[in-house]
Structure formats: structure tokens, C-alpha cells
Design a protein around this ligand. Structure first.
Ligand code: NAD
Length: 378
């Protein structure tokens, strides 16, 4: 089976789906691997690095797509790339098929099997293959670095001959994978950290990282699969009143709150931002899903009344070496799960992970929820 790794074509995407370290192990296992020329350039990897571990370099995307049995990439394919997909091949990538069923339809029409990375069930077994988790870890780290860079203050407390500098106060809203990494990173930089999440089960994790959990007396909003569910209107108002006081005291607020399948909840309305001191910073990791801050402009950095609001997209791409390395490790684990010892595809429909992530097969959309989304799409 020939595994093909293209150069990511979307502007600003520096990651590559597989790094040489993984290619080396796959080649040793009997896979053939082809890599498009310069595919690793954004992640500081050269074609020679890939050749040295046994990959073949393809000069063009056309040649690479035409030879692939299994194409592995990070971002969803563009329409030009869909047109290049080889019939009867398989594609592994992020694809957001519930939000974009038209892409799934187009891939099915090419008779290509789509294995979608953002649909892998978030079970313990699947965690090793879960790029949403690995990349959220990077986002959490990067968000704190952006905040530290944008703030005019120091994060750590300093006691010097020139006086004592108090530590910065950082508030993290949402303590899932990204939020917990943000807490750990802000603590390492010496900030005093507080965090809030609607799922009270995370309180202990927050405290174990050296942050204070903001306790608000409302019902717990842990939903199915360990994710958050929407809070009642009454609870939202109570939470907003308490958070407003914490936000006003914070030098940096990092928001990470998501509810699966819905627009990100607004946790920082404009009035709360206006209550922040000049020079404070908001980093909105949820910008891609609409943002947790009412004033976030997705993809931009704006300053409102002296408060910098960072809504940059695709934070993992800003740390492309380790983001690619973690993505690549996830792909190795996934390949081990979906291929035989003879290095052929083995898509066992009885398997929960395979069933969850297989979106198209045999020219059809085979995932019930995506089919429903495709039927109701305009
Ligand atoms: P997520 O990205 O969907 O959401 C981020 C965080 O925002 C969550 O902790 C959520 O509770 C919180 N949130 C939502 N609405 C909020 C609001 N209004 N106010 C404050 N916080 C709010 O979640 P995630 O980081 O992907 O993980 C959520 C859970 O799933 C965690 O318990 C995690 O350990 C678990 N998980 C399991 C796996 C796996 O087993 N494969 C993988 C990833 C995550």
C-alpha cells in the first residue's frame, strides 16, 4: 500500500501530516511512502530528511494524488484536490462533515473512502489517534505565549533592587484539553492562574496544576461523552455576574469553551471586556467556532478600549514542528488500527473507531449523521 503525504495547500498551514520519524517506522513495517516535494518545509523538514528514511519524493501534487492508495493530510481537501483524488483510494484528514456535508458528497462522488479525523470517537482507546486532543494541547500552550507576548506586563513575580513586580493574573475559561495546557503554561511562566468550567469534575485537575477553580453555585453542565452541554439561562446569568468580577481583575483571559456541534458560547460579552484594564489581553481559542468573546474578530487581532483581543485561527500551525510530530504519531497509531499485518486496509465496520470516522465508502456517504446533514443542507 502506498501512503502519500501532500504539501498542505491552504494558506497559513505550516503543518505536515507525517514527519520522517514516523515514515521511518512505517517503511520498516513494509509500507511504501511518497511525499510531495517541500511538504515538510513549513515544519522545518527537508525533502532530504524524508528521502533519508526511505520515502519517495513526488515533484507535483498531481503525480502524488495519482499514485496514492491512502492519502494522509491535515486540512480538508480543496475542490481542486478533490478533483485529483484517485478512484478507489482512501483519504484521511480533518473534514468537519457535519458542518460541510457538501465536501463529503464530493468525495463520495470520486469513489474515495473518507476517514475523518474529527469524527474519531473520543474514547480511551482512541485517544492515541485523536488529533483534536493533540492539537488542542498545542493551542493551549500557544495561546498563553501569545498572551505573554501581547501584554505590556511581566507574567512572573519579580523581587528586585528596582522594586517588586506583582505576578500577572491569568483567567482560563474552559478547562478541557486546551484549557488545562494553558493553565500549566501560564503557571510555568509564573502567573497567578484561575480557571472556570461548567463541568465541575475538572476542579481537581485545575487545582492539581496549581490554579484556583472559580466555584459558581449553579448546576453542573457535564453532558454526553464527558463534554459540556448548554447551561440554563438562569445559570448563564449567575455565571456571567461572577465571571465579570474575575475578568475585571485579570491581565489576560484565555477562552477555550466549546459545546460540540454548536457555535461557541459567548462568555465575554462586550461589557465585560470594557470592564478590563487597558493593556489587558484576551486570547480566544474558540475564534474558529465563532469565539467566546463578543468582540473577537476571527483571524484578527483587534484593540478595543486598550484591550487586545486575539482571534487568530489555527494556533497549532504556529508551532508546526511539534504539532506535526504529534499529528504524525496519531497517524501511526491510527494506521496500526486500520491496516493488516500485510499492510492492507482493514476497515472493520464492527469497530467503534472505524464506524465513527468512516464518512464515505463505495461511492456513498455511509455515516448516518452526515447523511442527515447532507439531506438537510441547502
Ligand atoms: P471542548 O474542546 O469541547 O471544550 C473545551 C472546554 O470548554 C470543556 O472543558 C468544556 O466543558 C468547556 N466549556 C463549554 N462551555 C463552557 C462554558 N459556557 N463555560 C465554561 N467552560 C465551558 O472539550 P475538550 O477539551 O475536547 O474535552 C472535553 C472532555 O472530553 C474532557 O473531559 C476530556 O478529558 C475529554 N476528552 C476525551 C478524549 C478521549 O478520551 N479520546 C479526547 C479528548 C477529550
Amino acid at each position: 500500500m502506498l501512503i502519500a503525504i501532500p504539501r498542505e495547500s491552504i494558506a497559513g498551514e505550516n503543518r505536515v501530516a507525517m514527519v520522517p520519524e514516523s515514515v521511518k517506522r512505517l517503511v520498516a513495517q513494509g509500507f511504501s511512502v511518497a511525499v510531495e516535494a517541500s511538504a515538510g518545509a513549513g515544519a522545518s523538514l527537508t525533502d532530504a530528511d524524508y528521502q533519508a528514511v526511505g520515502a519517495r519524493i513526488e515533484a507535483t501534487a498531481d503525480a502524488l494524488f495519482a499514485s496514492a492508495d491512502l492519502l494522509i493530510k491535515v486540512q480538508p481537501p480543496t475542490s481542486e484536490e478533490v478533483a485529483k483524488l484517485k478512484a478507489d483510494s482512501a483519504l484521511i484528514c480533518l473534514a468537519y462533515p457535519l458542518a460541510n456535508p457538501a465536501l463529503a458528497k464530493a468525495i463520495a462522488a470520486r469513489n474515495v473512502t473518507l476517514l475523518c479525523l474529527d469524527m474519531i470517537p473520543r474514547t480511551t482507546l482512541a485517544q492515541m489517534m485523536d488529533v483534536l486532543s493533540s492539537q488542542a494541547t498545542i493551542s493551549g500552550y500557544r495561546a498563553v505565549i501569545l498572551a505573554a507576548e501581547a501584554t505590556p506586563k511581566l507574567f512572573p513575580m519579580l523581587m528586585t533592587a528596582a522594586g517588586t513586580i506583582p505576578p500577572s493574573k491569568v483567567l482560563i475559561l474552559g478547562a478541557g484539553v486546551a484549557g488545562l495546557q494553558a493553565i500549566a503554561t501560564a503557571r510555568r511562566l509564573g502567573a497567578v492562574v484561575e480557571a472556570y468550567d461548567v463541568r465541575k469534575v475538572v476542579k481537581e485537575q485545575v487545582e492539581s496544576l496549581g490554579a484556583r477553580f472559580v466555584n459558581i453555585d449553579v448546576e453542573d453542565a457535564q453532558g454526553a461523552g464527558g463534554y459540556a452541554k448548554e447551561q440554563s439561562e438562569e445559570a448563564k446569568q449567575k455565571v456571567a455576574a461572577v465571571l465579570a468580577q474575575h475578568v475585571a481583575k485579570s491581565d489576560a483571559v484565555i477562552t477555550t469553551a466549546l459545546i460540540p456541534g454548536r457555535k461557541a458560547p459567548i462568555l465575554l460579552p462586550a461589557v465585560m471586556v470594557r470592564g478590563m484594564r487597558r493593556g489587558s489581553v484576551v486570547v480566544d481559542i474558540a475564534a474558529e467556532q465563532g469565539g467566546n468573546c463578543e468582540l473577537t474578530k476571527p483571524g484578527e487581532r483587534v484593540i478595543v478600549d486598550g484591550v487586545t483581543i486575539i482571534g487568530e485561527r489555527n494556533l497549532p500551525s504556529q508551532m508546526p514542528v511539534h504539532a506535526s510530530a504529534m499529528f504524525s504519531r496519531n497517524m501511526e497509531k491510527l494506521l496500526a488500527h486500520i491496516t493488516t499485518k500485510e499492510r492492507a486496509m482493514n476497515l472493520n465496520e464492527a469497530d467503534e473507531i472505524v464506524r465513527g470516522m468512516t464518512i464515505t465508502r463505495g461511492g456513498q456517504i455511509v455515516h448516518a449523521d452526515v447523511n442527515k446533514a447532507a439531506e438537510s443542507a441547502p
